[in-house]
Design a protein around this ligand. Structure first.
Ligand code: SF4
Length: 365
């Protein structure tokens, strides 16, 4: 099989290690670009949400490179992700005449038999090698998340703009090359040290902003138009509400044992949104409340245009924002959204938060 999978932030590094380690050939889709989005938009239904379009474009680019199998995840609950892959498979094969198989991994507790059947087909190595590569993949994902977290802390303090991003990109490339867990640990420690040693201005007191929203747009910088890096360069400390390893622990693993993950987030959201409405809608409410309680200056909600869970969350947000006295900026993202427009809105939001912080400190002084 020539297997490809969607890119979502740095997760491709772990997935590549995993699929190659299972004995399959990986066809890596190029990082998403405007061409990817144009391709997806051309063939997707008009009102499909942004992630659907980017993923469809990515699959087409992977097929151009020779992929014959696409691996993706499904979903449950009232969100369109549950039928994404079936629809994409029909567009690719019936509408566009390709001959590609789309494999969907559903949540373990809903269809563990299906997952087992897929794994039996994919795994071409012995049990021992399977466990080894699964562990290496997990360690890489953890290392990638650690580097990214540290970069969010350092970026607003850096003296040379761009230095943090340079080290981070290099760290990701080095982790991609690692062949053993010991290598991963070594590279992670090296690169964390390098990040911490960057010339910084410790006297800065950065604004603190939480970034929340739908998982794909939060994790993939191309789709969110580099919101996290842009805010960092504006001197803001960003706390991203979603990291892939946390999400996997909370949802895939706990869910398999029917234990509700992210309990604190859901508990916080319940007075405003008691139901799971699909995607990250309920989390967006809960995360905003938790950021307010942690004393954050503001929240940026990233929402794909036509994403029902985030639209529902957005409609509740003014009440949450008023009750917990935390400003929220919602960015609706679609194929028409441009980076300059987003940067301008972020700049205005950051100015507003800086004035608000000065006023609050002045009042309490
Ligand atoms: S959560 Fe929103 S953007 Fe994501 S698949 Fe569902 S509807 Fe689309």
């Amino acid at each position: 099989m020539k297997v490809s999978f969607p890119r979502m932030g740095t997760s491709w590094i772990g997935l590549k290690t995993l699929v190659e380690g299972l004995g399959q050939e990986v066809i890596l889709a190029p990082p998403p670009t405007k061409r990817t989005l144009d391709l997806g938009t051309k063939y997707a239904p008009e009102f499909a949400c942004l992630p659907f379009k980017v993923l469809l474009g990515s699959y087409l680019e992977a097929i151009e490179l020779g992929a014959d199998t696409i691996m993706s995840s499904g979903g449950v609950g009232p969100c369109r992700a549950g039928y994404y892959t079936q629809l994409q498979e029909r567009i690719l094969n019936e509408q566009l005449g390709h001959d590609v198989r789309v494999i969907t991994f559903e949540p373990l507790n809903r269809n563990w038999r299906g997952t087992y059947r897929i794994l039996r087909e994919l795994v071409q190595v012995g049990f021992r090698d399977f466990i080894t590569v699964a562990w290496l993949t997990w360690q890489k994902l953890l290392a990638l998340d650690s580097i990214e977290r540290e970069s969010h802390r350092v970026r607003p303090l850096e003296l040379e703009q761009g230095a943090t991003s340079r080290i981070t990109a290099r760290a990701f490339a080095r982790i991609d090359e690692c062949q053993t867990v010991a290598d991963v640990e070594q590279v992670m420690n090296d690169e964390l040290k390098r990040l911490r040693a960057l010339p910084q201005d410790p006297t800065r007191d950065p604004l603190q902003i939480g970034v929340i929203g739908e998982i794909y747009v939060v994790l993939e910088p191309f789709v969110n138009l580099d919101v996290v890096e842009t805010l960092g360069h504006m001197g803001v400390f960003v706390d991203r509400a979603i990291f892939l390893t946390d999400w996997t622990k909370d949802n895939a693993i706990l869910d398999a044992f029917r234990i509700e993950g992210e309990m604190n987030i859901k508990r916080a959201a319940r007075p405003y949104l008691p139901e799971m409405i699909g995607g990250h809608g309920q989390n967006s409410i809960g995360d905003t409340i938790l950021y307010a309680k942690r004393g954050f200056d503001g929240v940026v909600q990233l929402a794909p245009f036509t994403c029902i869970p985030e639209i529902v969350a957005k409609s509740i947000m003014p009440k949450v924002s008023a009750d917990f006295d935390i400003p929220v900026l919602t960015l609706m993202l679609d194929e028409q959204t441009g980076k300059a427009g987003v940067s301008t809105r972020l700049e205005a939001f950051v100015d507003l938060l800086a004035m608000r912080r000065a006023r609050l400190r002045g009042e309490s002084a």
